[in-house]
Design a protein around this ligand. Structure first.
Ligand SMILES: Cc1cc2nc3c(=O)[nH]c(=O)nc-3n(C[C@H](O)[C@H](O)[C@H](O)COP(=O)(O)OP(=O)(O)OC[C@H]3O[C@@H](n4cnc5c(N)ncnc54)[C@H](O)[C@@H]3O)c2cc1C
Length: 466
């Protein structure tokens, strides 16, 4: 079916207020936050704003019957081109379908529609002394639907895990328009081992198996206290060794972040008033819980870090904690300012490796940066080995673009070689798809068979994930 006919049919179904078909509007949907979509942007045929499960069903039945691609989209903050119609099709913009359906305080769970913004959900849950622990850096923008589809997480993953640990059940419209409820049709149970775990299958499926239209999430009690420690190291290897010392002392912080020398320099150039100490690495530990346990854990961290660090500071004072954390909170922005004509690109940006390989990986990335003559700023969630690499280039310079693509290719391969993964957070999308056979072997074949079972016509978000 051609683009114009698709637009006309959708207009009949949804009217002009819930449909975009103007070329300029469509162009906006040819991007997410990835470098890939800045290099090659593809506009969808149309954008629809569904507001009910029936709306989604109607679109999928139409698409199924006419072999038209469908691409779910939340806020478009993804870093992999996942919500972009790289092979054409209809984009479903779910960001306006943003109701919190039920905060079920007595059962420690919440039911939401896909377009709810992460930070807004936690603001509401806080009124009930609850929280949904995964905490992506894009919290103020990204949707819960996008987080579930990408199995998103953040710096608290080291203690609280990723989104998948909190998804109790889903409503999903599968490609032929059927509505499937996972985790038990009527269940409000927190534990459930009945049947194949289709909830887990859908989490992280990046929109290739269906459209997530309702989400039942587990919530945790909101911790009552926090503390932050900042430790400064003259030797890079001492940073991961200290993380291990802290674990072996029986402490699991809620966050452990690293800034290596490149990130420290970038922060100090961007915001000189922060004055991070010149060092090979800085570690930031966040601890949460009840006040006495936070104090206790803080003391252990101080003792453990003190064995190797040049200096350690610990605080539970909100103002001082904000100050200690300030360097980490501006690192991503600082990376973009390390050269006046450059900007930080999102490519090869979130590999994850075993803790024992973090220092080797950081050194290897520095070496790759030198090889290609590209500045790379390194930071990340060292507690779970998730390294954020930020190459800085002039994107208008084709030679630099060519070089950086080779650099990030080597970073992805390095991650696999170091017993890690090409992506610890941001997903595969259109960007990392080609590494899937190498990373997963035979399991990749079974992923393809699973896709075939759900979507034999291949209409759901083609060109992504597998
Ligand atoms: C500044 C910044 C910081 C970030 N920090 C983090 C971080 O710390 N941790 C992290 O994990 N990620 C991070 N990200 C990446 C991104 O924000 C997350 O992956 C987020 O979960 C994407 O949500 P979204 O609503 O923007 O989804 P989109 O980008 O719109 O979509 C992402 C994928 O999900 C699919 N999808 C969206 N909604 C649905 C649905 N309802 N049903 C089925 N499929 C759907 C899309 O098809 C696409 O494949 C960051 C991004 C930015 C720009």
């Amino acid at each position: 079916m051609d683009k114009l006919t698709i637009q006309k049919e959708l207009l009949k179904m949804f009217g002009p207020d819930r449909l975009l078909s103007d070329e300029l509007d469509l162009m906006y949907y040819s991007y997410d936050s990835s470098f890939l979509t800045k290099l090659e942007s593809t506009s969808p045929y149309a954008v629809v704003f569904p507001k009910s499960t029936e709306d989604v069903q109607q679109i999928l039945r139409f698409a199924w019957a006419n072999h038209v691609n469908v691409i779910p989209r939340g806020a478009g903050t993804g870093e992999t081109g996942g919500c972009v119609a790289v092979e054409g099709g209809i984009v479903l913009d779910l960001s306006q379908w943003n109701q919190i359906v039920d905060i079920d305080q007595k059962n420690m769970q919440v039911v939401v529609r896909p377009g709810v913004i992460h930070a807004e959900l936690n603001n509401e849950l806080a009124k009930y002394n609850l929280f949904f622990p995964p905490d992506p850096g894009s919290s103020l923008m990204c949707t819960i639907g996008g987080m579930v589809a990408n199995n998103a997480s953040g710096l608290r993953a080291v203690k609280y895990g990723t989104t998948e640990q909190y998804v109790l059940g889903l409503e999903v419209v599968v490609p032929n328009g059927d509505v499937m409820i996972t985790g038990g049709m009527k269940s409000r149970a927190i534990k459930n081992v009945s049947g194949l775990n289709l909830t887990k299958l859908m989490v992280g499926s990046e929109g290739v198996l269906g459209v997530i239209t309702k989400i039942r999430l587990r919530c945790f009690p909101k911790p009552r206290a926090r503390g932050i420690a900042l430790a400064v190291f003259d030797n890079l290897d001492d940073a991961p060794a200290t993380v291990l010392d802290v674990y072996q002392a029986g402490i699991l912080p809620s966050g452990i972040e690293i800034l290596d020398g490149s990130a420290i320099k970038a922060v100090n150039e961007f915001k000189p008033h922060i004055q991070l100490p010149d060092a090979e690495a800085i570690l930031l530990f966040e601890v949460d819980g009840n006040p006495p346990s936070v104090e206790f854990e803080g003391n252990v961290i101080r003792e453990m870090a003190g064995k190797r660090a040049r200096s350690v500071e610990w605080s539970t004072d909100p103002q001082r904690m904000a100050k200690l954390w300030e360097g980490r909170s501006v690192t991503a922005a600082a990376a973009s300012r390390v050269r006046p004509d450059g900007s930080r690109i999102f490519a090869g940006e979130d590999i994850s490796v075993p803790l024992s390989r973090v220092a080797d990986v950081l050194r290897a990335i520095r070496e790759l940066g030198r090889k290609y003559g590209i500045q790379v700023v390194n930071y990340g969630h060292i507690g779970d080995g998730n390294v954020h690499t930020a190459p800085v280039i002039n994107p208008e310079n084709p030679e630099e673009v060519e070089k950086v693509l080779q650099l990030v290719d080597e970073i992805h391969l390095l991650a696999i070689e170091m017993e890690g993964t090409t992506t610890g957070e941001h997903g595969v999308g259109a960007v990392r798809r080609r590494y899937a056979p190498l990373e997963h072997g035979l399991a990749h074949e079974y992923m393809l068979k699973t896709k075939q079972a759900f979507d034999p016509k291949g209409i759901m978000n083609p060109g992504k994930l597998i």
